[in-house]
Design a protein around this ligand. Structure first.
Ligand SMILES: [Zn+2]
Length: 470
């Protein structure tokens, strides 16, 4: 009752404010609120700079002064149009062109921005190029990289997934980078952050004199040029590109373009210049030839939807705590504190995983007393539910498993995930010394039976090196 009354009061206040505000704001726009972030802006710069150093070891830079200067001019213009609340004097926006033909761009925390030559060549006008850059710069301004990093660390057990990559240059090269580069950590976001970057990106474009519809149009341009194969960061398949196209155009309807930019001379000159240069390779070719200090890939990539191979490879925990087998067409994504996520590359999106297993260990708080398998399971389930509120467990599903020769507790969790389909999560855990080891298997409900054999083989192969636990 009380709550209801307060709610109405709030509504009427809102109505008054809105009415008053109307004469001053002819154009509404969606308000974008940056995610919580415990890091200082300086730390974005520090982490971004490290990641940039990694990226430059791996990707060939074009190093053409005129092309770089042009991209910088577009970037500076966009950065000047970032709303005041998202301007950080500490940030060091810089722009470099990568000499690969893939249509992609990425920006690291603190403002270190990379634009592929292929993107400039594919854009139909400066607005389309500016659109992708505005999207990337919005990730920087909203500090998505460090926010995601913080979120993953807080979740603790999800840290394993945090180190995933595959998005820097998309596909193979990106996956290769995931093996070695710290930077890729920041480059694959979930749907909420993508939506925010689209919305703020559209707003920045309008303020900088670009038509936000060009960002939407770039989706079409990419579709035409890549035959529908998505992949690059700014065009992640989630949310659906068609929905993003519509959402950006809807936002554009609410925006007024300040001082429209109609001069296309620079854009045309730079494109003519690029045409005269020898053609660029794809990032995949760069990765294949060893790139620049390219880390060697341990694992193979699989096509989206490909079932787990029955041939297995071994993963040895970085601190020697465990050993586990996993399908040869999956990859190992190492996380913080010795955890690892074993999954097909296509099944990872930002902090989300759709199929695969998270393996890890943690040390429970001392004051909680001796770790029993049941306690370990309770802690793990609470942790999982904190970041995945849609998952439910029925305690009647609990049963005793064997894990590396000792009794373990296991259970299943079910729920409809934010992507809208039923998911099943299989949790197995046991104590090891004062620590807890766990495996969390994930698959959509309708695929679970298909994955069950693989999951069982992984579980059976799991070996705990007890001597490395206290
Ligand atoms: Zn993005």
């Amino acid at each position: 009752m009380l709550r209801y009354r307060n709610f109405t009061a709030y509504l009427s206040i809102l109505a008054i404010v809105t009415t008053l505000a109307m004469p001053f704001y002819a154009f509404a726009q969606t308000r974008v609120v940056a995610p919580k972030n415990p890091y200082k802006p300086e730390e974005d710069v520090k982490l971004g700079r490290q990641a940039a150093a990694e990226a430059e070891k791996q990707y060939p830079l074009l190093n053409n002064r005129e092309v770089d200067a042009y991209v910088r001019r577009v970037g500076d213009r966009l950065v000047a149009a970032i709303p005041g609340e998202y301007q950080y004097p500490q940030f060091q926006y810089s722009y470099k062109v990568v000499n690969v033909k893939d249509l992609n761009a990425f920006a690291l925390p603190g403002g270190f921005t990379y634009v592929n030559r292929g993107l400039i060549e594919a854009a139909k006008n400066e607005g389309e190029l500016a659109g992708v850059m505005a999207h990337e710069l919005s990730h920087v301004a909203l500090r998505h990289g460090t926010a995601q990093y913080a979120k993953a660390q807080k979740m603790g057990i999800w840290a394993g997934i945090a180190a995933i990559g595959g998005a820097v240059l998309g596909g193979q090269a990106g996956a290769a980078a995931a093996q070695g580069a710290f930077g890729v950590y920041f480059l694959k976001y979930g749907r909420e952050y993508e939506k925010q970057a689209d919305t703020l990106g559209a707003q920045i474009m309008a303020r900088a004199g670009y038509d936000p519809r060009d960002l939407a149009n770039m989706f079409r341009t990419l579709e035409q040029q890549s035959g529908g194969k998505g992949g690059p960061e700014w065009m992640s398949s989630h949310p659906n590109p068609g929905d993003r196209y519509d959402a950006i155009n809807k936002e554009a309807d609410m925006l007024r373009i300040t001082n429209p930019n109609t001069d296309s001379r620079d854009f045309n000159r730079v494109r003519a210049m690029l045409r005269d240069l020898p053609g660029a390779r794809s990032s995949q070719e760069v990765a294949g030839s060893g790139g620049r200090n390219q880390p060697r890939r341990r694992d193979s990539n699989s096509r989206p939807g490909e079932l787990p191979s029955s041939s297995m490879q071994s993963y040895n925990g970085t601190n020697g705590q465990f050993k586990v087998d996993y399908p040869s067409n999956w990859q190992a994504f190492e996380g913080q504190e010795g955890g690892v996520t074993l999954a097909p590359e296509w099944a990872l999106e930002g902090n989300d995983i759709t199929r695969g297993v998270i393996v890890g260990t943690y040390t429970p708080r001392k004051d909680k007393g001796t770790v029993t398998p049941a306690k370990a399971l309770n802690t793990l389930i609470n942790d999982l539910r904190q970041s995945n509120a849609y998952l439910d467990e029925d305690e009647r599903d609990r049963y005793t498993e064997r894990l590396s020769g000792k009794a373990a507790m296991a259970t299943f969790m079910f729920g409809r995930n934010p992507a809208g389909y039923e998911e099943r999560v299989w949790v197995v855990t046991r104590a090891s010394g004062n620590d807890v080891v766990y495996l969390v298997f994930i698959a959509p409900e309708q695929d679970f039976q298909q994955y069950k054999t693989t999951f069982s083989s992984i579980l059976k192969s799991f070996y705990v090196n007890e001597r490395n636990y206290r």
